[in-house]
Design a protein around this ligand. Structure first.
Ligand code: E4P
Length: 223
């Protein structure tokens, strides 16, 4: 399973890449908007830190404009993937860009049928938004399981990118179900490390070690 970071923050990407955990990055207009930087400059900075896929989202409602944006985005860095929404225009844009060899991430997916559309136009990634479905009282894991199952049945090559993950349990469930990738905010990636018994155990190991070092020091000074 691959881990992508869902952020536009260079600081977060820098920290998580030091952990060796960032296989790619997903961005969207809201995340980019928070950084207050020129879009191209930001994506090029990210590409300087991450060699895996970087998803960059189109910001138009028309297929022709999405295609024009996508064609520009892919000149920013060789690992740019173009994100289009799962609307008729977005799917048309995906189909056109796919024909031009541009790798596509179909985003804002909330149903199995939408995921099938993404696969049928040859998207590289499909992004079901799990947290946003849970927000409206649906069980997002049913959708994720259905997508993984139907993609297997038809041998679709589109990779399932579990998105809008809000809690560590979302990541664990996505892994159990067989999502190819989990994209998560920095905070969720950071929470994956946490277990109280790890912290208690590490504190105890270090205290015992320090006690041994101190005892050996004492013995040395006595001799
Ligand atoms: C994925 O590519 C999206 O950027 C993201 O996961 C959306 O998450 P949110 O629902 O927390 O905004």
């Amino acid at each position: 399973m691959q881990f992508f970071l869902d952020t536009g923050s260079l600081d977060e990407i820098r920290t998580a890449t030091r952990w060796g955990l960032v296989d790619g990055v997903t961005t969207n207009p809201s995340l980019v908007g928070r950084e207050g930087m020129d879009h191209r400059t930001l994506i090029r900075e990210i590409a300087g830190m991450v060699s895996g896929p970087i998803s960059v989202e189109t910001t138009s409602e028309s297929a022709d404009e999405m295609v024009a944006q996508g064609r520009e985005y892919v000149t920013w860095a060789p690992n740019v993937f173009v994100k289009v929404p799962c609307t008729p225009e977005g799917i048309r844009a995906a189909s056109l860009m796919r024909g031009a060899g541009i790798r596509i991430n179909v985003t804002l997916v909330f149903s199995l049928n939408q995921a099938i559309l993404a696969a049928k136009v040859g998207a590289f990634f499909v992004s079901p938004f799990l947290g946003r479905l849970d927000d409206i009282g649906e069980d997002s894991m049913i959708l994720l399981r259905d997508i993984v199952e139907v993609y297997r049945t038809y041998d679709f090559s589109t990779q399932v990118l579990a998105a809008s993950l809000r809690y560590p349990m979302h990541v664990a469930h996505a892994a159990k179900i067989g999502a190819d990738i989990a994209t998560m905010p920095f905070k969720v990636m950071e929470q994956l490390f946490k277990h109280p018994l790890t912290e208690i155990g590490q504190t105890r190991f270090l205290a015992d070690w320090r006690a041994l070092v101190a005892e050996l020091e004492r013995k040395k000074t006595k001799v």
